[in-house]
Write a protein that binds this ligand. Structure first.
Ligand code: ATP
Length: 247
């Protein structure tokens, strides 16, 4: 990997870029994933490369929603695996959630590599290698899902999801949580909870929140979910961008 001096003003952003480039070289992420990351970086720049107050609220509501779910599942694509495999497994294990590998540009080789990476990070319940169902309304490869995993999940965390798949999951009646730096994307607009934050900040935040919130009753968790309104969170994200540009 390129040596990035820690005092570089864009250190974290460059480190993330390097991590994803390595993910592509290792066959974890796809080349198209680099372009998606580029769009994410542009929005991160606009939002000030920080977790905003409204993103933090969305992260709290998302954790509460996953804690209340009967069958919570974290969907993992190439970028999510390359950038955040360790934190995904930590979050899944803390929430007792399953993880399912789900790729837009699916090859069995890439699925196996991502599954091996997640296992090496201690992931317990892992699906995606032998999908046996199709999500209605999507083309065949992208529709693949597992009965015990995403197909029957009541709440799904889909970091960096594309809009079609997010919409198809919502149509199945699931609560869908996305992590997407672009508050205008179709995923962001369609999800039940949209976390407008970089995955590399959002997941560690969510692990810490899941640990903090462990003792809460279902009633307390339910109140957190009820108090959250996605349209307000999206409007706040756009306000944050405008405020940041005015600085
Ligand atoms: P949609 O179909 O939802 O409109 P899209 O086609 O614009 O999305 P994709 O190309 O599927 O988007 O890219 C995935 C999305 O993930 C983009 O909206 C991008 O802003 C976001 N994104 C990319 N990298 C990150 C990251 N590291 N953290 C959070 N979000 C990211």
């Amino acid at each position: 990997m390129t040596d990035i001096p820690p005092d570089h003003p864009r250190y974290l952003s460059l480190l993330t870029r390097e991590r994803l480039a390595k993910g592509v070289r290792d066959g974890i992420a796809s080349e198209q994933g680099l372009i998606a990351q580029g769009r994410g970086e542009a929005f991160d720049y606009l939002i000030g490369e920080r977790t905003t107050a409204s993103a933090r609220e969305a992260e709290r509501a998302a954790v509460a929603m996953l804690m209340l779910a009967k069958n919570p599942v974290i969907s993992v694509n190439g970028n999510a695996a390359a950038l955040s495999a360790k934190e995904i497994c930590r979050l899944a294990n803390t929430l007792d959630a399953a993880v399912e590998v789900n790729l837009f540009h699916r090859t069995e080789e890439r699925v196996s590599k991502i599954a091996a990476l997640l296992r090496s990070e201690g992931c317990g319940k892992l699906y995606g290698e032998r999908p046996d169902r199709l999500i209605p309304g999507l083309s065949h490869e992208r529709a693949k899902a597992t009965s015990a995993g995403i197909y029957t999940a009541d709440a799904v965390l889909v970091p960096l999801e594309d809009g079609d798949r997010c919409e198809a999951l919502v149509k199945m009646g699931k609560r869908v949580i996305v992590v997407d730096l672009n508050p205008l994307s179709r995923s962001a607009q369609t999800a039940t909870v949209t976390i407008v934050d970089n995955i590399v900040r959002a997941l560690p935040n969510m692990v810490a929140l899941a640990q903090e919130m462990k003792g809460m009753s279902d009633m307390e968790l339910g109140e957190i979910v009820e108090e959250f309104h996605n349209d307000r969170a999206l409007a706040a994200a756009l306000d944050d961008i405008v405020d940041n540009l005015k600085k």
